[in-house]
Design a protein around this ligand. Structure first.
Ligand code: MG
Length: 312
């Protein structure tokens, strides 16, 4: 007997129930919506959106509803993604969009950089030609070279949150999520003013929080960009504007990082791993613990680890 589980929307579950109307049985497990018994497969749909197929034709039957024939985990992610009402429209890639993204949130050393970039639809082919794509597939050298080209051809707004200010905000009780949200919003608002009176078709944020949380963080702010705003994870692949924002943010982060390394007079490693602990310990021994405030995001666990290493 084979098993197959897929995750679908409640709308699809309703469709399935109609489809299997003749085969429904009365006994439904807890949390279930319906059970259908076919000659070679039993189908159990749950309120959670999970649908379990059991029997020799389980795979075949489940594939009828798995229209894109993606692996199940992708279906789960897709259905999760559209849980909010800010999913980008299907034609977004061809619209004129402000995209925003940030870099440095996971790096112990160095600032957080946030960029909003505006890509008019007519500029999309040019950016493609300049090599703008998902920056995760590019190394720092490629990113810097592409960034230098694109900052000449598109309007953008860059915010750099240096370590002392970051630590101050964090100590005042702000979560990293709130800090990110404020900076994204600020970069977008700046850029809207910069390109006015031109109005983009929409705004696309590389999603780091649920939209309701994002807007909660912004309550009380004087200016909130919320008209035609969309959120998507992996948004670099959804619109060129986010890919461009991501590249400029990375470029700026790399430049700031180099400045910091110079200031520390040693090579600072990126990320937040064991190498980082050792480098931070070295820095403590050179400049004292208080110097970390100028170079690092103090609340990371690396601080305690580095202090332990430095004592040895
Ligand atoms: Mg991002």
């Amino acid at each position: 007997m084979s098993n197959s589980v897929i995750k679908v929307t409640t709308g699809i579950i309703e469709k399935m129930k109609q489809h299997y109307a003749r085969s429904l049985i009365e006994k439904i497990p807890q949390g279930g919506v319906f059970v259908a018994k076919l000659p070679s497969c039993t189908i159990t749909a749950y309120k959670s959106g999970k649908v379990l197929f059991q029997g020799s034709s389980a795979t075949q039957e489940s594939e009828k509803w798995n229209n894109s024939s993606q692996p199940n985990d992708q279906i789960t992610r897709t259905s999760k993604k559209v849980q909010h009402n800010y999913a980008p429209p299907s034609n977004i890639a061809s619209l004129s969009i402000i995209g925003s993204d940030e870099v440095g949130t996971g790096d112990y050393f160095g600032p957080m950089t946030v960029v909003a970039a505006y890509v008019h639809k007519d500029r999309i082919p040019l950016l493609k030609e300049l090599g703008v794509k998902d920056s995760k597939n590019l190394n720092d050298e490629q990113i810097c070279s592409i960034a230098k080209d694109i900052i000449e051809v598109i309007p953008y707004s860059l915010l750099i949150l240096h370590n002392p200010k970051y630590n101050e905000l964090q100590k005042s009780g702000m979560t990293q999520g709130k800090i990110k949200t404020l900076l994204h919003n600020q970069a977008i608002v700046h850029l809207q003013k910069k390109i006015a009176p031109e109005k983009p078709n929409g705004i696309l944020v590389d999603q780091f929080a649920e939209p309701n949380v994002y807007f909660k963080h912004l309550s009380g702010q004087k200016q909130i960009a919320r008209d035609n705003i969309f959120f998507s994870t992996k948004a670099e692949g959804v619109h060129m504007a986010v890919a461009a924002a991501s590249i400029i943010a990375r470029y700026s982060f790399v430049k700031e990082f180099e400045k910091l390394s110079k200031k520390a007079n040693m090579e600072l490693p990126k990320g937040a791993g064991a190498k980082v602990d050792i480098a931070a310990a070295k820095l403590i021994n050179k400049l004292g613990t208080s110097a970390l405030n100028d170079f690092t995001k103090l609340h990371f666990a690396n601080t305690q680890k580095a202090m332990k290493i430095a004592k040895k």
